[in-house]
Design a protein around this ligand. Structure first.
Ligand code: ATP
Length: 229
């Protein structure tokens, strides 16, 4: 049974429709990559899951709950942790304050997050605004983990980060899959890393899911058609 399932989701921003039928399934413990060129609807799909956009048609279900009309905070409480595009840490708060402010009971606490990202422990008393982009992304992931989610959603997991930091983020995501068995929905543009970590992928084109399959079945034709620049 799917932990998360979207069925023919449609969504609009005022009069302009952005999603025209997005379907995807994610089973417990699975990593699913959501792919597509810029503007094809990846972020809007994530917003439709997290309650920032309410779908006008279709179904969004998580662990048996209908998410369509729920506000974001209730969806978060059901166990969905979001690492949004642009990270959005609280700049004036310290690393530790950012993390503890998000805490909910469960196996993830400050020490465990610091084990995954030792740099956050080194910088625990620094303000979030003084961190590098990569460290802020680690903090954003750590903050989502502190909510003890059953599903972690990462929008643009490594965008704008230096190659070496990207590798650190991918290694952490791999560790979350391998050791914590976390269910993960991830958006990123780096196909190579997604191919190594994702169990399957969903490709969006013009607001529709046009292909679903295993990463190894993603042919060069498909990448050219839907992912090339
Ligand atoms: P990117 O990789 O550039 O973030 P994306 O695949 O995440 O792209 P979305 O951000 O979901 O795509 O955008 C899907 C469509 O919805 C685009 O046509 C975009 O212009 C439109 N859109 C996104 N946000 C808004 C908004 N706040 N108001 C109106 N239209 C929007």
């Amino acid at each position: 049974m799917s932990l998360l399932s979207l069925n023919k989701v449609e969504a609009s921003y005022g009069p302009s429709q952005a999603l025209f039928g997005v379907s995807l399934d994610l089973a417990e413990g699975e990593v699913v990559a959501l792919m597509g060129r810029n503007g094809m609807g990846k972020t809007t799909t994530i917003k439709s899951i997290c309650g920032m956009v309410h779908p006008s048609a279709g179904d969004v279900r998580f662990d048996g709950h209908d998410l369509r009309q729920l506000p974001s905070h209730k969806i978060a409480r059901l166990g969905i942790g979001l690492v949004p595009e642009g990270r959005r840490c609280f700049g004036p708060l310290t690393v530790e304050e950012n993390l503890t402010a998000a805490a909910r009971p469960g196996p993830w606490d400050f020490e465990r997050v610091a084990g995954l990202f030792p740099r956050l422990k080194e910088r625990r008393d620094q303000t979030a605004s003084s961190l590098s982009g990569g460290e802020q992304q680690m903090l954003a992931i750590g903050r989502a983990l502190m909510t003890n989610p059953r599903l972690l959603i990462l929008d643009e997991a490594t965008e704008g980060l230096a190659p070496v930091v990207r590798q650190e983020i991918w290694a952490a995501i791999a560790q979350l899959k391998r050791e914590a068995g976390l269910s993960i929905l991830v958006v990123d543009k780096t196909l190579k890393e997604l191919a190594q970590i994702a169990d399957h992928a969903v490709i969006l084109n013009r607001g529709q899911s046009v292909w679903t399959g295993r990463m190894e079945d993603l042919t060069p034709d498909l990448t050219d058609q839907y992912l090339g620049v």
